[in-house]
Design a protein around this ligand. Structure first.
Ligand SMILES: Nc1ncnc2c1ncn2[C@@H]1O[C@H](COP(=O)(O)OP(=O)(O)O)[C@@H](O)[C@H]1O
Ligand SMILES: [Mg+2]
Length: 268
């Protein structure tokens, strides 16, 4: 039996949103269009725009809405302006129409999502998010087998390894913000969230065996699911932990459900 992969972020998001207990973890997300851009910027001053079938942080943009008091330009009072960031480039726009024209050119007719932007916790000034690995164990139940942290490179808007993001221990990143007891509580919540998300997605995608949740934590310690990968990278768990038993279990489970852990294949 092959391991199921689902590339559309929108399809996965819709499946998660069917579960009322999980919906609060999902940032407000819509298919990108001019109307969606306009409406999202009415409720959120910070949004992400990303390819529906993207990987590795490719093509991810964000928009920050500023009002005249924050903006360097000499705008009349109460006027808004918009800063689009793409890779490390920043571009200012004074109307949503101009902003949309630029975004539309970048999108090149492909399906994109627009999502509420999460102001993530930082580590030494750089944003970080977490990767929660969840696998079907040989007893047929979902288990959260590992968590790693990923810190964005300076001035980057994505934490992906392919964009210079670096891997750090969950505890090291969280220790700047909370006590050991609070870290353990969040770890437990992430483990439970991981298995609940996997069970929910399995209702739509029955042959799922492994998922990797990209999770952001904001300054109020709210947990947000940015995306769910159905072909999560396993190598960070090998290279990174001194405790080799973590990767041994990850590999044992992966081999049991039929994913080869020797051949190098595209994973994210
Ligand atoms: N809504 C968001 N708020 C804040 N950061 C985000 C948001 N969506 C994505 N990001 C950042 O961009 C990265 C890549 O986005 P993601 O949705 O995971 O797509 P990809 O499939 O390219 O990894 C995330 O790991 C995170 O660092
Ligand atoms: Mg991702």
């Amino acid at each position: 039996m092959t391991v199921q992969r689902v590339s559309s972020k929108w399809t996965k998001t819709k499946s998660i949103l069917k579960n009322k207990g999980l919906a609060p973890y999902v940032p407000d997300t819509r298919l990108y269009s001019f109307d969606a851009l306009e409406q999202m910027l009415e409720t959120h001053s910070f949004v992400y725009i990303k390819p529906d079938r993207g990987t590795y942080g490719n093509g991810v943009m964000c928009v920050e809405m500023m009002d005249s008091s924050e903006s360097e330009s000499e705008l009349p009072d109460n006027e808004k302006s918009y800063v689009l960031q793409y890779e490390t480039k920043k571009e200012h726009f004074t109307t949503i129409e101009q902003l949309h024209n630029k975004v539309n050119r970048i999108c090149q007719g492909k399906t994109y999502l627009i999502q509420q932007g999460i102001r993530m916790l930082r580590y030494k000034g750089n944003s970080f998010d977490l990767r929660v690995l969840v696998q079907k164990n040989p007893y047929g139940t979902w288990e959260s087998t590992g968590i790693i942290g990923r810190v964005a490179a300076k001035n980057k808007i994505v934490t992906n390894h392919h964009s210079g993001g670096i891997v750090k221990h969950f505890k090291v990143l969280m220790s700047e913000h909370m006590t050991s007891e609070e870290i353990n509580n969040i770890r437990k919540e992430l483990h439970t969230l991981g298995t609940n998300i996997a069970s929910q997605l399995q209702k739509s995608f029955p042959n799922l065996k492994e998922i990797g949740l990209d999770v952001a934590i904001d300054s109020n310690w709210n947990i947000w699911i940015l995306e769910v990968n159905t072909k999560p990278a396993l190598f960070p768990f090998k290279k990174f932990f001194k405790d080799q038993s973590i990767y041994q279990k990850v590999r044992k489970y992966a081999n049991a459900y039929g994913r080869s852990t020797t051949k190098k294949k595209r994973a994210n």
